[in-house]
Design a protein around this ligand. Structure first.
Ligand SMILES: [Fe+2]
Length: 387
């Protein structure tokens, strides 16, 4: 990656980071509108940090017109149902408090509501129409997990039950208008959530850095995020009350939301979506199952890209040969997977060898940003090696 290639940095989200910024939710929302809907995750009511968010909304003098509790991941029906509620009650600000699923549902529903609110609007967006800035209602996102980066990314992933596939709604207009990234909102997350979300962010760091769409800017953010995640995610798993570790992980995950917007993921993410649609298993579990085989082949095909990240993240010395530096990164990631209980193949998620042809057929999106070959046989080989 050199400065000889043009690239852009478009960040439509105002990001506020730090312990306590959740109390700014009301003020942030009031700057964007008056009629507010809240979208919250299932664990919101039990979150000790919740009272500060609710109080700030009440204190801002907003009309709280709706409150929805989100169950599970966003699918086409949920997006249309929420969009119609937003449009029906003329909501102009959506405050989303939760993990990636909650924030993606808020982003998708806001865009669909702005486009008319119906099934046809969703179909056009899933069909690939790029969303430009200027969507109303606007979204204020408060992530409660350190992982998806949904608070800063420019896309929303939706399970399209009609086709049985996961699809994205993309474009800078999908992004939240404001992200309030408060690490204390994740302090009550269970160990499993910390480990899985943390690995999702780590995968974003490695994939967006290795991607052919990487730029000097995204490489810089990825190296910083990887370094922080390798230390902070195991620490937060072992000591849930470790505020420093929570902050490090939340910051790194948010940075990787920016990278999702400005670079792209690679094959682990592309191959996970059909696995998630088939098995209903957590996004990061599928990515983790695919990761070792993908790293092994990337080490062989494009050691330079991994080596540059390894050196920038402090895992290797720049005098090391690329294969050696890349190897240090692979070893670090494998140790991380084992140490956080994330090391498990696709077989443990319920995938069998017989499923592979259908999985390969269901892979969607741009594959050629991966540094390696992406033909059907290459995809099948990765699935097989990940069983
Ligand atoms: Fe992800």
């Amino acid at each position: 990656v050199s400065l000889a290639e043009p690239f852009s940095v478009e960040l439509p989200t105002t990001i506020r980071f730090g312990p306590g910024v959740r109390s700014e939710a009301g003020r942030a929302a009031a700057e964007l509108g008056q009629r507010v809907a809240m979208l919250v995750g299932q664990s919101y009511d039990a979150n000790p940090a919740r009272a500060d968010v609710d109080r700030s909304i009440a204190d801002a003098g907003l009309s709280a017109v709706d409150r929805m509790v989100v169950h599970g991941e966003p699918d086409d029906r949920a997006v249309v149902a929420v969009a119609q509620r937003l449009a029906g009650s003329r909501v102009d600000v959506v405050v989303a408090v939760g993990g990636g699923s909650v924030i993606d549902l808020a982003k998708a529903a806001a865009v669909v509501a702005a486009a008319g609110g119906g099934e046809a609007s969703l179909r056009a967006l899933l069909g690939g129409r790029r969303v430009e800035i200027g969507v109303d209602p606007r979204v204020v996102a408060l992530p409660t997990t350190a992982g998806s980066g949904a608070e800063a990314s420019h896309g929303a992933i939706v399970l399209d039950r009609q086709s049985g596939r996961k699809r994205g709604i993309r474009g800078p207009g999908v992004a939240a208008r404001v992200a309030l990234v408060d690490p204390e909102l994740g302090a009550s997350a269970p160990r499993d959530v910390t480990a899985t979300s943390g690995f999702d962010a780590m995968a974003h760091a490695i994939e967006t850095s290795v991607s052919r769409k990487a730029t000097p800017f995204t490489e810089l953010l990825a190296a910083d995020a990887l370094r922080r995640l390798l230390a902070s995610v195991p620490a937060a798993c072992d000591r849930p009350g470790d505020a420093v570790a929570r902050s490090e992980a939340a910051y790194a995950a948010m940075l990787m939301g920016i990278n999702l917007a400005l670079s792209t993921t690679c094959l682990p993410h592309r191959l996970q979506y059909p696995v998630g649609a088939l098995t209903g298993t957590a996004h990061a579990r599928g990515v983790a199952a695919l990761f070792p085989a993908w790293l092994a082949r990337t080490l062989e095909i494009a050691p330079d890209r991994l080596a540059r990240l390894a050196v920038a993240a402090g895992l290797s010395d720049e005098r090391d040969a690329p294969e050696r530096a890349a190897g240090a990164l692979v070893t670090a990631v494998e140790g991380h997977l084992a140490g956080t209980g994330m090391r498990a193949g696709l077989g443990s998620l319920g995938v069998t060898a017989d499923d592979i042809p259908a999985l390969v057929a269901a892979v969607e999106g741009t594959l050629t940003n991966d540094p390696g070959p992406v033909g059907p046989d290459d995809l099948a080989a990765l699935y097989r090696a990940s069983l």
